[in-house]
Design a protein around this ligand. Structure first.
Ligand code: ADP
Length: 265
């Protein structure tokens, strides 16, 4: 209850009023809910391989104690589960580091042709293993943008690896760089099964997968595209996803060229 200034009140009118203020808590609640969901998801993802490891340890201490064959097999699976936990922790740490620095734009001059050549060399063996050819079409180098070379390598490694993991059945992956006005656009295209439209807007959510079992089988953590989205946003770029079920998917990243960026300053 607050007093009303005497000059503002007519004779005989009340001299006190109740002031009510409203604060919209919806955005805070939403952020809080997202944080709670994220921790629940991360714990669940870590608990799954941990439960499997505990199960195998018990079996090796008990029923399979003297079975050399089973021991060999179980240790191999346990190694895979441990690697999965470590990948998940690496991805969680990367994501929080990128989010922490979200407001800092990386400034080094980076040549996209060299970034993609690096990614293609790194993933070529996996492609050959799966019978997939990775082609790369680009204008004369350099195609310079302002950014962080390692983070940009991470973006395109994720996209090409996904094309191999989920679109590899198409037999080829095409990577292209095009100059569009003041921008450089990198597109990663596969000819796999594609993605149904209802999933497309949710792919960059943490832990969102179209087929969780298939993702796990492929060694996925469900965090790859969330990391891609955050790195691209930090570079003030745009991530595009186009997919036609049955025909394949194209993931593209649009970045301002270094020259155009410098002119704006
Ligand atoms: P994951 O670790 O599961 O690969 P991502 O965040 O990288 O996580 O991708 C999320 C989901 O998006 C994948 O689980 C998969 O279902 C789908 N996806 C990503 N790239 C492709 C693609 N090129 N073709 C079909 N589905 C894809």
């Amino acid at each position: 209850i607050v007093p009303i200034r005497p000059g503002l009140v007519r004779e005989g009118a009340p001299t006190e009023a109740v002031l009510l203020g409203f604060v919209d808590l919806t955005p805070q609640r939403r952020v809080e809910q997202m944080r709670v969901d994220f921790i629940a998801n991360a714990s669940h993802e870590l608990r799954t391989p941990l439960a499997s490891l505990s199960g195998f340890i018990e079996t090796l201490q008990g029923p399979a104690r003297n079975d050399a064959n089973a021991r060999e097999r179980f240790l191999k699976i346990m190694g895979e589960q441990a690697r999965r936990m470590s990948r998940l922790i690496d991805d969680l740490l990367s994501l929080s580091r990128i989010e922490l620095n979200a407001h800092l734009r990386p400034e080094a001059e980076v040549d996209l042709v060299s970034v993609i050549s690096h990614v293609r060399d790194a993933l070529g063996p996996l492609g050959r293993e799966r019978g997939v050819e990775i082609s790369f079409d680009h204008p004369a180098p350099p195609v310079n943008v302002r950014g962080d070379r390692d983070e940009l390598i991470r973006v395109f490694e994720n996209l090409v690896e996904n094309a191999l993991k989920y679109g590899g059945s198409g037999g080829r992956i095409e990577i292209g760089i095009a100059r569009e006005g003041a921008d450089a656009v990198v597109a990663v295209r596969d000819y796999g099964p594609g993605i149904a439209p209802e999933h497309v807007p949710r792919l960059t959510e943490r832990f969102y997968r179209v087929d969780t079992a298939h993702s796990r089988e492929q060694g996925g953590t469900g965090l790859g595209l969330a990391i891609v989205k955050h790195i691209v946003a930090r570079h003030r770029g745009r991530l595009g996803i186009e997919s036609v079920p049955g025909a394949g998917s194209t993931f593209s990243v649009r970045l301002a060229s270094a020259a155009a960026d410098d002119k704006k300053k």
